[in-house]
Design a protein around this ligand. Structure first.
Ligand SMILES: [Zn+2]
Ligand SMILES: [Zn+2]
Length: 378
């Protein structure tokens, strides 16, 4: 018991040191030089390990891939450890990690440099035994802006694999089995301009737009709704702009909306619905900007094994959740990879108070280590 406690403490302090270093690098999405330098640093942590390291770049966005020599197809190991280096912007202060008790505060502590620190430490600990594992590490640097030049490009370039650990979602040990899809529309209303004193001579685009938006909103539950899990599709009006002056009848108005779809609902069905509605409103035109399907994962195989190991080590059963946001998981799931998305206790990601529980993160390492030993050993 004493020895177990000691190894927990030494694992924890090593992982914390790696994480602090990662947080200090302000790898904001779009800052390609800083992201690239951070990947250099990761590469340096992996030197002298039996790994083949590759640096890739698409549209200037850097990616690091490291695979063990046991991997027969370097684009498709049995198991990927995957994550993103980029973070959302914040005050300079959030790039100074702060320790408070068992919590480390700072940008990326939860989303998701904590996982990168655990990945690096795990590979270092497996050390020379890595040749016995069919395993790869993949770090992209554009997840927070859609993952199009990272995850999606890798999938388009033929990257596959059986299972993937991607701890970029799921709150506090819940496993993310389902994720909502996304559709974005731009809605343009066109009217006829006139002076406000004789507005009957014109046709107000803002009025048309708000009436149309109200009709779209009627297709979705009003919030707050009675379902605590919000297992339904949603619609948000994100922007609205129009008109030129108070004394003019607006000739043009534009809005952007974001629809989130639950698994089982099709993009095509929702698209037909809003298209039919737009046809009933003269002067309304819709343009679809983004369309990403919802997904639901198989819960057998690697995912079942991971959940069993986690339950043994943490002492409680992992429950499954529906994700309302999106992550790079959607790109990999579309390629047939079984993605395991759960993370240890942390919170307030994307805020200046972002934090991670370091004891729990060390437990995540123990789970991951055992999972790798059982799933990826050849
Ligand atoms: Zn993330
Ligand atoms: Zn709701």
């Amino acid at each position: 018991m004493h020895q177990k406690h000691q190894s927990h403490q030494s694992d924890k302090s090593a992982i914390t040191t790696l994480l602090e270093h990662l947080v200090r690098m302000p790898t904001i999405s779009g800052d390609l030089a800083t992201n690239s330098a951070a990947l250099d640093w990761v590469e340096a942590q992996l030197t002298n390990l039996p790994l083949q390291i590759k640096r890739l770049e698409y549209n200037g966005v850097p990616t690091l891939i490291a695979t063990t020599i046991a991997v027969t197809n370097p684009k498709a190991p049995r198991l990927w450890l995957a994550g993103h280096m980029d973070v959302v912007p914040g005050d300079p202060d959030v790039f100074n990690p702060k320790l408070n008790g068992n919590r480390l505060y700072g940008r990326g502590t939860s989303d998701m440099k904590s996982a990168l620190a655990v990945f690096i430490y795990t590979l270092q600990q497996l050390g020379s035994s890595l040749h016995q594992y069919d395993l790869g590490l993949m770090i992209t640097s554009d997840e927070e802006v859609g993952g199009f030049d990272g995850a999606r490009w890798l999938v388009e370039s033929g990257y596959r694999g059986q299972a993937m650990i991607l701890p970029d979602g799921g709150t506090n040990w819940d496993i993310e089995l389902k994720a909502k899809g996304i559709i974005w529309y731009q809605i343009t209303a066109t009217g006829t301009s006139a002076h406000a004193s004789r507005l009957w001579l014109g046709d107000n685009a803002i009025g048309k737009l708000t009436q149309f938006l109200a009709a779209v909103a009627d297709l979705y539950p009003a919030e707050p709704c009675s379902d605590p899990d919000h297992a339904h599709s949603t619609m948000n009006i994100g922007t609205i702009a129009g008109g030129t002056a108070a004394n003019q009848v607006a000739e043009r108005a534009i809005a952007h909306i974001d629809i989130r779809l639950v698994p089982g609902e099709l993009i095509s069905t929702r698209h037909q619905e809003i298209t039919d509605l737009a046809n009933a409103f003269p002067g309304i035109e819709i343009t679809r900007l983004v369309a990403e399907p919802a997904f639901e994962l198989r819960s057998d195989g690697a995912l079942q094994l991971f959940a069993d190991i986690a339950a043994q080590i943490t002492g409680h059963k992992l429950s499954s959740t529906l994700s309302h946001a999106s992550s790079d998981a959607r790109h990999f799931v579309a390629a047939g990879i079984q993605v395991i998305t759960t993370r240890s206790t942390g919170g307030d990601h994307h805020s200046d108070q972002e934090w991670i529980d370091l004891d729990d993160l060390t437990i995540y390492y123990q789970i991951l280590r055992r999972f790798i030993e059982e799933w990826a050993k050849i």
